[in-house]
Design a protein around this ligand. Structure first.
Ligand SMILES: [Zn+2]
Ligand SMILES: [Zn+2]
Length: 272
C-alpha cells in the first residue's frame, strides 16, 4: 500500500516549527510508512511584497530538500515543492519566486483576499451571514483568477475560508455557489491542474475536508480526476495525519486516485 503526504511545511517558511526540517520530515515519513512526501513551504507573494511575514528562505530550503532527496533515495520518494500563496496579487513577484528553482510541485493557495488579512485573522463570529457570503463569493472569484497564473500543479485548500466559518460555529450552504465552483473545476481541468484535498481540518477535529465531501463529489461529477492530498503539517508529529481518512473521503466521492510525482513523472496511486 502506498501512502502520500503532499502538503507539508518546515522552518524555512515563517510558520514551520523549529524541529521541522526536510530531514526530520523524511525520518518521520519512514517511521509512519509514507511512500511519497512533498515539502511545500509557504511563499505568500503578498507577504514577500508587503513584508508582513519573514521572507521564505528559498535557497536554503532548496539545498536542504535536494540533500534529503539524495539521502533518502530508494526509501522514500521526496518531491521538492512550494506553496505559492496569492500568486495573482503580485504576479511579477510570483514569477520571480518560481524562476529561482525548478520546483517539481507547486501548490497554488489563496490565503487572503486582495487588501484583506489572512482568513485566519478575520472575525467570522462577528459577521452577518450576508457579509460571510460576500467574502466567500470574492474568494471564489480570486481563486478563479489565481489558478490562471502559470506553473501551478494543484489548487490548495479551495475552501480555506470555510475552515474559519466553521470554527466560528456558522453553517454554510455551498449550493448557491455551485456554478462558480464548477467553473473553477473546469478551469483546473483545462489547465491540467489537480484539486487538493487538504485534511488538516480532519485531524484538527472539524469533521470536514478542504474541500468538503459535497464539493469533492461535485468535482467528480464535473469529470475531475486529478487529486492531490496533504496534511498541511507544520511539524514532524503532524505528518501524515488523517491522510487515510482523506483517502476514504475521496473513495466516497468517486475519486479513486491521488497523484504524486516520481522521478519527474506524474503517477496515480490508488486510495483503496
Ligand atoms: Zn495554505
Ligand atoms: Zn500549507
Amino acid at each position: 500500500m502506498t501512502l502520500c503526504d503532499y502538503h507539508t511545511h518546515t522552518s524555512f517558511s515563517f510558520d514551520g516549527a523549529p524541529d521541522s526540517t526536510p530531514d526530520s520530515l523524511c525520518r518521520r515519513a519512514l517511521e509512519i510508512g509514507l511512500t511519497d512526501l512533498c515539502i511545500t513551504d509557504h511563499c505568500d507573494v503578498n507577504g514577500e511584497a508587503e513584508g508582513i511575514y519573514d521572507p521564505y528562505q528559498a535557497d536554503a530550503a532548496w539545498e536542504a530538500m535536494t540533500a534529503a532527496q539524495e539521502k533518502y533515495r530508494g526509501r522514500l520518494y521526496l518531491t521538492r515543492g512550494i506553496e505559492l500563496g496569492n500568486a495573482s496579487q503580485y504576479p511579477e513577484v510570483a514569477r520571480a519566486v518560481l524562476a529561482r528553482h525548478p520546483y517539481e510541485f507547486v501548490i497554488g493557495s489563496l490565503h487572503n483576499l486582495r487588501g484583506v488579512p489572512d482568513f485566519a485573522m478575520l472575525k467570522f463570529e462577528e459577521m452577518t451571514p450576508a457579509l460571510v457570503a460576500q467574502l466567500f463569493d470574492r474568494a471564489l472569484d480570486e481563486t478563479a483568477e489565481m489558478i490562471r497564473f502559470p506553473g501551478l500543479s494543484t489548487l490548495g485548500h479551495l475552501t480555506y475560508i470555510h475552515r474559519y466559518i466553521t470554527l466560528a460555529g456558522q453553517a454554510f450552504d455551498f449550493k448557491p455557489y455551485y456554478e462558480k465552483i464548477r467553473a473553477i473545476f473546469r478551469l483546473l481541468m483545462e489547465r491540467d491542474m489537480a484539486l487538493e484535498l487538504n485534511v488538516s481540518t480532519l485531524w484538527r477535529g472539524l469533521g470536514i475536508g478542504m474541500p468538503t465531501l459535497e464539493l469533492l463529489k461535485l468535482y467528480a461529477d464535473c469529470g475531475g480526476r486529478l487529486v492531490t492530498i496533504g496534511s498541511d503539517a507544520h511539524c514532524p508529529a503532524n505528518l501524515g495525519r488523517a491522510i487515510r481518512k482523506g483517502y476514504a473521503l475521496l473513495a466516497a466521492a468517486g475519486l479513486p486516485h491521488v497523484t504524486v510525482i516520481r522521478e519527474g513523472e506524474r503517477v496515480e496511486l490508488p486510495v483503496e
